[in-house]
Write a protein that binds this ligand. Structure first.
Ligand code: AVI
Length: 320
């Protein structure tokens, strides 16, 4: 359960994640088959995503880290000292030290649904910043989170790096931004990573690297379905594809059937014609203006923005 008492993972008698099964079955019954991207991140998928951040073609992680490491003085000036930094989906908190050293916060509150991982990362961070109160909270940040009483009276800085906001369709991103505003309260600021629109070949390569790490990340979803939901998907008949959708300004990941195929998932039969796809992820890209519009729709006023030296990625500061 998370700190609102809601169940974070709901398993049936056989140990199957009910939400995973429901999402997969309903998504596979659609004319355009689609599975929500959050299911890419089982243990294997999370490790593959860590590997993706190291591949040469995947620029977002490096570009954002460059910004966080080089703009400390700007952050200090724009954000000031003494806020409680609340990191949404903190994971291993790899990008956090650069920010914390720059702005000397009064407390650090990492939020994540993966409890063990969260507490280990929080302990590492506390060791690096002696004297900084660290209050990890196990929670799903898509819902309003009750922050620890110790930080109740401090002004907050929400920190949402990685470009994860781009993995949501605009309506969901808007809802999340509004929820964050409620979580963070009066006088809050938000520092958020947003990837930029650029040459399509660069974008597509970032999501279809020559070393096939992203392909494995995508195909792992089909393997996970076979493992966890009694699936018989012929994974060798699926191929990874990353395609730019210009209308929606996003990279889409698909699993493309290479032949006509038929298979079962959790006892239900499905088929795909050769060329038919399962849509597995969206990664929206922004211009400065479209990023501002997204933040404004979510109740945040953009006040500053920083780009990496090659102008590929942006980190935006907004106020409530
Ligand atoms: C986590 N998220 C910001 C990544 C992205 O770039 O959209 C996920 C990813 N998918 C394929 N490569 C990376």
């Amino acid at each position: 359960t998370d700190n609102s008492g809601l169940k974070l993972v709901d398993l049936d008698e056989a140990g199957v994640d009910r939400a995973f099964r429901a999402d997969v079955l309903s998504g596979m019954r659609e004319a355009q088959k689609a599975i929500p991207a959050r299911w890419l991140y089982d243990d294997a998928g999370s490790q593959l995503y860590e590997d993706i951040t190291q591949v040469p073609e995947y620029y977002p992680a490096r570009a954002e880290t460059e910004i966080l490491k080089t703009r400390g003085a700007d952050f200090a000036e724009a954000i000031g000292k003494g806020r409680a930094v609340v990191e949404f989906g903190s994971g291993s908190s790899v990008k956090t030290p650069a920010l914390l050293s720059a702005i000397q916060p009064a407390a650090y509150v990492p939020l994540d649904i993966a409890g063990d991982f969260l507490r280990a990362a929080a302990a590492d961070l506390a060791a690096k910043f002696p004297g900084l109160p660290v209050h990890p909270v196990e929670a799903d940040f898509m819902r309003r989170v009750e922050l620890p009483a110790e930080v109740a009276d401090l002004p907050k800085l929400g920190f949402f790096p990685g470009g994860t906001l781009g993995n949501m369709v605009p309506r969901t991103a808007t809802d999340l931004l509004r929820t964050m505003r409620e979580t963070l309260g009066e006088g809050a600021m938000l520092l958020v990573g947003m990837d930029l629109i650029k040459d399509v070949a660069v974008l597509e390569a970032a999501y279809d690297d020559a070393g096939r790490v992203t392909a494995e990340f995508n195909l792992n979803l089909a393997r996970r379905i076979n493992r966890e939901l009694d699936g018989t998907i012929p994974v060798d008949k699926l191929e990874h594809e990353a395609r730019w959708n210009d209308q929606f300004a996003r990279i889409e990941m698909h699993l493309v059937a290479q032949d006509d195929i038929a298979f079962e998932i959790a006892g239900e039969e499905f088929s795909m014609r050769a060329g038919e796809t399962i849509h597995t992820e969206n990664s929206h890209k922004f211009t400065a203006r479209s990023a501002d519009k997204q933040l404004l729709a979510g109740g945040w006023t953009p006040i500053d923005r920083w780009l990496d030296s090659e102008k590929r990625f942006s980190v935006v500061l907004a106020e409530a």
